[in-house]
Each structure stands twice: as structure tokens, then as C-alpha cells.
Write a protein that binds this ligand. Structure first.
Ligand SMILES: Nc1ncnc2c1ncn2[C@@H]1O[C@H](COP(=O)(O)OP(=O)(O)OP(=O)(O)O)[C@@H](O)[C@H]1O
Ligand SMILES: [Mg+2]
Length: 668
């Protein structure tokens, strides 16, 4: 069972953690966090070399482009409308020049207008005409740009939800220990916060830069036509901007990424606390958990503020630079006007163009911090998508997609340790289960029974040795196909928030209500389900909170039976039932196990007496193996366990004569 509430170490203050973070940032932009609290899925204990250096922007953008396949038509349309809209808006400053030079002043005045334009010579009519033209152009420009922007926003949502789907599907295929490392809350955080960032990138990588480029090209051309000397002065500032930008960009993304990481771990902590809210309440840990949450939250805020500062430094630079540039144009241009080299209309248009150019440039620069944030989120998604899936971690190529036909299971010298752990949990396990046999696993708590079943279910792969299914190496079988032939009732029953029928029906795609009912009957669950308020349509709450432990177990059994599996795993499947129900279920289970290979774990030894083979585990090794009678005759560990249990039972209800083996003293 996953620990519902991790022991809270005295949390260091968020300031302490933040200072350590800043120090790590200085040392290396991706230094490994040392603390348990700051740990998240990027730290894989099983693979210490997994963390790669930060991806370069170019690689991220190339990867993003791959995810845009099939959408380029829409993007081209959006960019085309943007181009038209921007070019139209570039015409507008010309009206300033027109009004100054041809209408208000006599440089050259209305008489300077060429004849073929057919414009009126009256100044007032000209003014009205220019005004009307400006409004018309602005409306056209706004409409055209709106169409393009709508396309782009729709695409943003489309791409983001596509990415979410991909990340979700991939997460669902990761090896179990990786999913456990990412944790429930972390998954939610990645899906909600990070996976949506690809859409953001559409704006910060394609849309905004394109707009800046068009405005720039158009504006520069217009300015060059007005006065090329002014233009050269302006262009000299370009490299300065570019250089400051580069140094800054490389610093800001690790900060954004770190803030996202802190958020994921804070989110997963919150999810965990509310998942285990009963324990939190029962042990009165509300305050300490709130404090732990606050510390994580504070750290995130401090990191976000650090990122904010980096963004503002650039903003500040612009806030100073724009007035400086405008002043320079005014002083220099003003002198040229006074000398008569330039008309007032020229100067006014030039200043307007300058502001027009600086505008998108500023947007570009400030959206660069947004871009870094988006890249950080996308980077995290790529990290996830690059992780090998459960199937991909299997070495053998050429997986066969056949389902389990007979259900023969054999272990050959299997050793196993959990990924990232030092200690072998199973050692040298060898046994063979013929199709249809019932194998019972007994042993002390922690001896490795559940782990052995995990290997049968192929939730994990052996560290050494082989597992054979129907005589073939399990590693060569397709996981999905294999699991279709598997039914499992776990020690820690998990149910979904949904109706009873949905939960049982989870065992088989497209199961009918009649089949669900039959499975419930077999699991001795039909009776209590019928007594529920809405029968099979009763909502059972998150993880089945509205059911008793025994009821949950019976639903889980029904779910496993509905799957009609060739291999059935029952891990303490009846441990929460009273004796009467257990006897009933045992009877139906006995019928149902016929023809299926079943692995049954039970602490109550009476339930596994009829097993074809009993494997006694002790600290990860099989110490005894045989039928009940054989093991009793040997008088070893199993017999000892049996005696202890019979003792307990005997104290209340007399003795079980069957258990007394020939030649052994009757247990008392
Ligand atoms: N996910 C895991 N990661 C690391 N170690 C684990 C994990 N699950 C179990 N273990 C360790 O493996 C050992 C065997 O655990 P397992 O769950 O197989 O015991 P068990 O025989 O089923 O016990 P019980 O009867 O209490 O259910 C234990 O020492 C446990 O600490
Ligand atoms: Mg167990």
C-alpha cells in the first residue's frame, strides 16, 4: 500500500530552500536538488544519469514543429491575414505626412498633389477625406487581423489538447515505478500546466515574431524612403539588443522550469494529503501538513518572483530605451527640418514609424519571457514523452500479440529488486504452474508474496532469471495482449468514482449488464448491491469511500471474474470478509478457478488448503513447496504456521481434525 501520509521531516524554511536553489542556479543551471521535499519525477532513483542538460531552444522549437504536423495550412492562413493587416496598418502613418505636408502646411501644399489622383484641392475636404480613409483602413485592418487571430487561438487550443492527450497516454504507459515517482498530483500538474504550453509557443514563436518581422521590414522600407541616415543610426542599436537578450534568455528558463517543478511537487503533496485526509485528521497533522504545503508554495513564489525580476530587467531597459530613441530622432530630425533638409511631415511620419517598430519589438522581447516559460513547460513534456514506456523497457524484440492461451506460468531462477533499491526482495525463485492449477503463496508479512504476483502480472520485470508464460519468455509477449488474459484482485482494492456497474464492468470492455450481474452473483456481491439505494447504478464515491472494506473486495472479485482471465491473481482477496461470506465466496471461487491458473495469497490457511501447490516464502525465497498434505507431513514452516492458526481457532471452536497429520501430534 502506498503510504497515505509520508512522515513529515521538520521542513526547512522556504527561505532556506530558496537560498539553496539560488546557489544551485549559480553553480549549475540544472543542479540536482538535495532535499526530499524538492524531489519530483525528474529525479529517477533507478537511473541516476537520466537528467540531461537543458535542451537548446532550437531543439525545442524543432520538436514543437513536429507536433504541428497537419496544422501548417491554418498557420499559413493566420500569417497571411496578419501580413495583410500589418501592411495596411503601415499605410496609416503616411497619412500624418500627407496631412502635414499637403494639407496644413505649404510644403508643398495641396497644389503639390499630382493631377491623376483626382483629389479635391480644398484643404477642408482633403482633411475629411484623409480622416475617413484612416478609419476605413483601421476597420479593415482590425477585421483581417481578427480572423487570423481567431484561427491561431483555435489552433492553440487544438494543439494543447492534442499534447495533453499524448502526455496522458504516455504517462499511462510508463513503468509503474516511474508513475509512482511522478505521483498523482504531479501528473495532474503536468497535464494541466505544462502540456498546454505548446499552444502558447505558437504565439511566442510564430505569430508575434512574424508580426514583428513584417512591421520591421515594412517600417524600415518606409523609413529608408524618408531618410536613410536616421535609419542607420537606429539600426546600430540592433546588435546591442540582441546580445543583452541572449545572456538574459539563458538565465531565465531554468528558473521557470524550477518553479514548474516546485509547483508539481506542491500539487502532488496536496493531492496526497487530501487522499489521506482521514489519517491527517486522525493524527491531528492538519497544521504540520499545511505548513509543509506553505513552504513549497512559498518557494514557488520566490522562484516566480526571481523570474519576474529577470523579465522586468529587460522591460526596464525598454522603458528607458524607447524615450531615448524618440528623443534622439526628435533632436536630430528637428535640426534637419530647421535646415530645410526634411519636411515636418517627414519627421512626424518617421517618429510614428519608429514607435510602430519599437512596439512589436517590445512585445517580442517581453513575450520572450513568456516564451521561456512556455519552453520550460514544453521541455518538461518532452522529458516525459522521452521516457521509455513499460513495453519499450522490455529488451526482447518482436513481441507477439497473442493473448495467454493456456496459462502456464514458470519462474526460472528469478531474482528481483524494486527499481532504485539495493536489496533483493525475491531471490532464486523457481517453480512451474501448470495451466489451471491453483498456486497458493503463504509466508510472513513482507516475505515477497505480493511482489511475486507483481512479477506474474508483469508490473515489473525480473532483475535476473526468466518468467515463462505458456513456455515463452514473458519479455517477448506484448503487454497489452498479455494483460487481457489476466484478472487481479489486489490487496489494496482500488475502485473508481462511478457506479457499481461501471466498476465491475471495468473488467471487460463492452460487458452487458447481465454479464455484470452474473459476475456479481459469483462474487457474492449481488445481494448487497441490490440493497444499495440505486442498485447497480449507485455511485460509490472516490476509491469507493461509500462501501465497506468487504463490499469493496467483493466488487473487485466480480471485476476480476468478469475479465474471464486465463491467469487469476487473488491477493488477500477475502481478508475483509466475515467467515460466512468467505465460505460462500470460496465456494464460487473454487468453481471459477477451474480452468484458470490462479495465484492465491491468503493469511488464513484454511482457504488455501485445496491448492495444487503451496509455496512457502520466507524473506524472498521459496523455503517449502508442495500440497497441504505433503507440507503437513514434512512438518516444516507451513506446519508451524498451521499450528499457530489452529491454536487460535481451537481456543474458540475446537480443533480441525483434518489438519492433524499422521504421525504428528495433534495441534493444540
Ligand atoms: N514498491 C516497492 N518499492 C520498494 N520496495 C517494496 C515495494 N513494494 C514492496 N517492497 C518491499 O518488498 C518486500 C516484500 O513486499 P511484499 O509486498 O511482496 O510482501 P508481502 O509478502 O505481500 O507482505 P504482506 O503479507 O504484508 O502483504 C517488503 O520488504 C517491502 O518493503
Ligand atoms: Mg502483500
Amino acid at each position: 500500500m502506498p503510504e497515505p501520509l509520508p512522515p513529515s521531516p521538520p521542513p526547512t524554511s522556504s527561505r532556506g530552500r530558496y537560498e539553496r536553489f539560488v546557489a544551485e542556479q549559480r553553480g549549475s543551471p540544472i543542479a540536482k536538488p538535495a532535499s526530499r521535499e524538492a524531489r519530483d519525477w525528474t529525479d529517477d532513483p533507478a537511473d541516476k544519469h537520466r537528467r540531461k542538460p537543458q535542451r537548446p531552444v532550437r531543439a525545442l522549437i524543432a520538436a514543437g514543429a513536429k507536433h504541428l504536423r497537419g496544422h501548417w495550412g491554418k498557420i499559413a492562413f493566420a500569417l497571411a491575414t496578419l501580413t495583410v493587416g500589418t501592411l495596411v496598418s503601415l499605410v496609416i502613418p503616411l497619412s500624418t505626412k500627407f496631412v502635414f505636408d499637403y494639407v496644413i502646411l505649404d510644403t508643398p501644399g495641396p497644389s503639390g498633389l499630382p493631377e491623376w489622383l483626382g483629389l479635391p484641392r480644398d484643404r477642408s475636404s482633403l482633411l475629411w477625406l484623409v480622416g475617413a480613409a484612416m478609419v476605413a483602413l483601421a476597420v479593415v485592418q482590425a477585421l483581417v487581423q481578427l480572423t487570423g487571430r481567431y484561427q491561431m487561438t483555435r489552433l492553440d487550443k487544438l494543439v494543447s489538447s492534442g499534447m495533453r492527450r499524448k502526455v496522458f497516454a504516455h504517462l499511462a504507459q510508463l513503468p509503474l515505478h516511474r508513475v509512482q515517482a511522478i505521483k498523482v498530483g504531479g501528473v495532474a500538474s503536468i497535464l494541466r500546466e505544462d502540456a498546454g504550453q505548446l499552444g502558447e509557443m505558437l504565439f511566442s514563436v510564430i505569430y508575434n515574431p512574424w508580426r514583428a518581422a513584417i512591421t520591421f521590414a515594412g517600417g524600415l522600407t518606409a523609413m529608408a524612403l524618408i531618410d536613410w541616415r536616421l535609419l542607420v543610426g537606429g539600426l546600430m542599436l540592433g546588435p546591442v539588443i540582441w546580445l543583452t537578450h541572449r545572456t538574459w534568455i539563458n538565465r531565465i528558463r531554468p528558473v521557470f522550469k524550477a518553479a514548474r517543478k516546485t509547483r508539481a511537487s506542491t500539487d502532488s503533496h496536496a493531492a496526497e494529503v487530501f487522499g489521506g485526509i482521514r489519517v491527517v485528521r486522525a493524527f491531528d497533522r492538519r497544521r504540520s501538513e499545511t505548513r509543509r504545503f506553505t513552504v513549497g508554495n512559498d518557494l514557488m513564489h520566490r522562484q516566480e518572483i526571481l523570474a519576474w525580476w529577470w523579465s522586468r530587467i529587460i522591460d526596464f531597459g525598454w522603458a528607458v530605451f524607447i524615450p531615448f530613441a524618440s528623443a534622439a530622432v526628435l533632436v536630430y530630425g528637428g535640426h534637419r527640418v530647421m535646415r530645410g533638409d526634411l519636411t515636418i511631415g517627414d519627421l512626424a511620419a518617421f517618429s510614428t514609424y519608429l514607435l510602430m517598430l519599437l512596439g512589436p519589438l517590445e512585445v517580442l522581447v517581453s513575450s520572450a519571457s513568456g516564451l521561456q516559460n512556455a519552453l520550460a513547460g514544453f521541455d518538461r513534456c518532452l522529458d516525459i514523452l522521452e521516457e521509455p514506456t513499460e513495453q519499450a523497457t522490455l529488451a526482447a524484440a518482436g513481441s507477439t500479440r497473442e493473448t495467454v492461451a493456456r496459462g502456464a506460468v514458470a519462474f526460472e531462477h528469478v531474482d528481483f529488486r524494486y527499481p532504485g533499491h539495493e536489496r533483493d526482495v525475491l531471490a532464486d525463485i523457481t517453480f512451474a504452474a501448470e495451466p489451471g492449477q491453483m498456486i497458493a503463496l503463504v509466508g510472513a508479512s513482507g516475505s515477497g508474496k505480493t511482489t511475486l504476483c507483481n512479477l506474474v502480472a508483469r508490473f515489473y520485470q525480473p532483475t535476473r532469471g526468466r518468467v515463462l508464460i505458456d513456455g515463452r519468455d514473458a519479455a517477448s509477449l506484448d503487454l497489452d495482449a498479455f494483460r487481457r488474459g489476466l484478472g487481479i484482485v489486489e490487496q489494496d482494492v482500488f475502485l473508481f468514482d462511478g457506479t457499481v456497474a461501471e466498476n465491475i464492468g471495468f473488467g471487460r470492455r463492452g460487458a452487458t449488464l447481465a454479464q455484470i450481474r452474473a459476475a456479481a452473483e459469483a462474487a457474492n456481491a449481488a445481494e448487497f448491491i441490490d440493497q444499495l439505494e440505486h442498485g447497480y447504478q449507485t455511485i460509490i464515491g472516490e476509491r469507493g469511500v461509500r462501501l465497506s472494506g468487504g463490499q469493496k473486495q467483493r466488487l473487485a472479485i466480480a471485476r476480476a471474474l468478469l475479465a474471464d482471465p486465463a491467469i487469476l491473481i487473488l491477493d488477500e482477496a477475502t481478508s475483509n470478509l466475515d467467515s460466512a461470506s468467505e465460505v460462500l465466496i470460496q465456494r464460487s471461487l473454487a468453481t471459477l478457478m477451474r480452468g484458470r491458473t490462479s495465484f492465491v495469497i491468503a493469511h488464513r490457511l484454511s482457504t488455501i488448503r485445496h491448492a495444487d501447490r503451496i509455496l512457502v516464502l520466507d524473506r524472498g525465497r521459496i523455503v517449502e513447496s508442495g500440497t497441504h498434505d505433503e507440507l503437513v507431513r514434512t512438518g516444516g514452516k507451513y506446519f508451524e504456521m498451521l499450528q499457530v492458526q489452529l491454536h487460535q481457532v481451537g481456543d474458540y471452536a475446537g480443533r480441525d481434525g483434518n489438519a492433524a497429520p499422521a504421525g504428528q501430534p495433534a495441534p493444540r
